[in-house]
Design a protein around this ligand. Structure first.
Ligand SMILES: [Mn+2]
Length: 346
């Protein structure tokens, strides 16, 4: 039977963030009906600095693989030094670790196709359903980004001049990659890295660059496979459209794509999905260590008023808020000509 190839990018194998990769992973493995090969991307420099923690995390990944009969494979990637430039706000916000995925066609030369997932996602569905969707001649498979509706001003200011169409702007949290096509196109990683380098103003870094190059070469899946959840992210209108309910996310792949992650603060009952799968990981076994994080998140439960506003207004409120935020951002850029001296090589 066909093996499903999954790629995650924990980036630094020595740190505590691996527990989130583990959580995403266990949600995938626990719900998948097919044999899975898991490819974990990392940068060696961190492992060398902290070999003990690295070894402990690697043991936990193998433990997970053994439990589910999945293959666990590690692939090291070296990112260029400039990605660590702290003046590049867009890279700091999303962690350079996400950039490792741009190297996938290169580091997995023997594969035709992979599914990449962010480490803030929870698969509530059998991922082999997504694997089985034929992407045909497309380079990528992805889902529309809900936030695009609220970022129109952003896009007018930065994206439109670069040819990015916000109506088909995709979220890169879940990507199916047609590796043969991507290899023959020679755009990954070099062209994308070049775009990010010359466009520090890209609000979503490589996601913007990927949209710039691949929007019209992407197969769009149902948004249930990259469904935004978490504080101010849940799109209630889309939820109704797709027949999803807060008590039933069974056929979805959830994406905690806001700034508030379930392990940072409690934002609604959907957070329980994260904690449920977290407790099934080898990291979750170390209850004592993470109990504090869980309790902190629980204690940060928002007040009644906030919850009510979110429930009643849903994303309409959120979109209004975000649209005005991006409008003021654009205004600020115009007034202070922040982008005046930037290099414009594309
Ligand atoms: Mn994400």
């Amino acid at each position: 039977m066909d093996t499903v190839h999954i790629v995650l990018s924990p980036w630094d194998l020595s740190d505590d963030y691996n527990r989130h990769a583990g959580t995403t992973l266990v949600s995938i493995l626990d719900n998948c009906s097919r044999h899975v090969a898991v490819h974990l991307l990392y940068e060696e420099k961190f492992s060398v600095l902290n070999p003990d923690n690295t070894a402990a995390n690697i043991r936990k990944y193998y433990e997970l693989g053994q439990k589910y009969g999945a293959e666990i494979l590690f692939h090291s990637v070296v990112l260029p030094e400039w990605v660590n430039d702290i003046t590049r706000e867009n890279l700091q916000q999303f962690t350079p670790g996400a950039l490792l995925r741009l190297y996938i066609p290169e580091i997995l030369p023997n594969l035709d196709k992979i599914i990449y997932l962010d480490c803030d996602m929870i698969a509530k569905t059998d991922i082999s359903i997504v694997w089985d969707i034929p992407i045909g001649v497309h380079s990528l498979g992805a889902c529309l980004d809900t936030a695009r509706k609220s970022n129109v001003k952003y896009y007018d200011d930065i994206h439109r001049p670069l040819g990015i169409n916000w109506k088909i702007y995709f979220n890169s949290g879940l990507l199916v990659m047609n590796l043969n096509k991507l290899r023959s196109g020679h755009l990954l990683p070099s062209k994308i890295m070049e775009l990010i380098y010359y466009h520090p103003e890209f609000p979503y870094a490589d996601q913007d660059a990927l949209n710039m190059l691949f929007q019209r070469d992407t197969l769009f899946f149902s948004q249930r496979y990259n469904f935004p959840v978490g504080k101010r992210m849940t799109d209630y209108r889309l939820m109704r459209e797709l027949g999803i309910s807060e008590s039933n996310y069974e056929d979805c792949i959830l994406h905690f794509n806001g700034k508030v992650k379930p392990w940072k603060a409690y934002s609604g009952i959907v957070d329980e999905e994260y904690w449920k799968y977290f407790s099934m990981t080898p990291w979750g076994n170390e209850k004592k260590k993470y109990e504090e994080a869980y309790n902190a998140a629980q204690n940060a439960k928002r007040g009644f008023v906030n919850n009510a506003i979110d429930m009643i207004m849903g994303t309409r409120m959120n979109h209004l808020f975000r649209a005005s935020a991006s409008y003021f951002g654009a205004l600020k850029r115009t007034l202070f000509s922040e982008t005046k001296n930037k290099k414009t090589k594309v």
